[in-house]
Design a protein around this ligand. Sequence first.
Ligand code: ZN
Ligand code: FE
Length: 255
Amino acid sequence: MTLIPLPAFDDNYIWMLHDGRQALVVDPGDEQPVLQALQTHGLQLKAILVTHHHIDHVGGVDELRAATGAAVYGPAGEAMPEPLQRFSDGDTLELLGLHFTVLDVPGHTAGHIAWYTADCDGQPLLFCGDTLFSGGCGRLFEGTPAQMLASLDKLAALPGQTRVCCAHEYTLGNLRFARAVDPDNAALQHYTRQCEAQRARQLPTLPSTIALERDINPFLRSRQPAVARAVQARSTARDEVSVFAALREWKNEFR
Ligand code: ZN
Ligand code: FE
């Protein structure tokens, strides 16, 4: 299987997975990059997977469905371009010979889901939309800090070698904040240099892996003493949900 991040808008990625003949895409906010990639590689679009209702993730769904006849699969609990098949936690779906499982990951939006397969050419693969970013996490537009913390815990518990396909190239900005929170983290310093080199060549920093995110992402590390201490030094947060909430607030204000 070939995995391709198709750049869209300023910093979105529309992930495409194909076997040389058939393809699926995730969160097509725009139909144009997808139509072009289908033509370039001579592919038939079989399926459109969606993680949440934001327009930069669904804006191209109607046009792609009409142009290709692809089936659309999305979250059970969100307003979506119809018709689509609706999925929630624990539901499974077979596509292009891959077995996907759906995870409910509320926080960024109330009904946000993630698509996970344990075996894509022998390696697990996760499409997590705007829940987990490399070095960061989505803003809490509809969910609570407790929900987002539980959602990130769920993703962090996936196998370490899981490739993490995030929907935005936010990595360098996230890492700048991460270094402010966790300045003595050597893995974070090393990863920053790696990502800066990628971006200097205009290459994606993604996919990441769950193992890497566990080591460098402050939002997966809010219970680590160094991270919790940094948050507590600038807030009254004490319990783990409050610390996570204060960490997310800190990021919102960080310049
Ligand atoms: Zn979003
Ligand atoms: Fe987005």
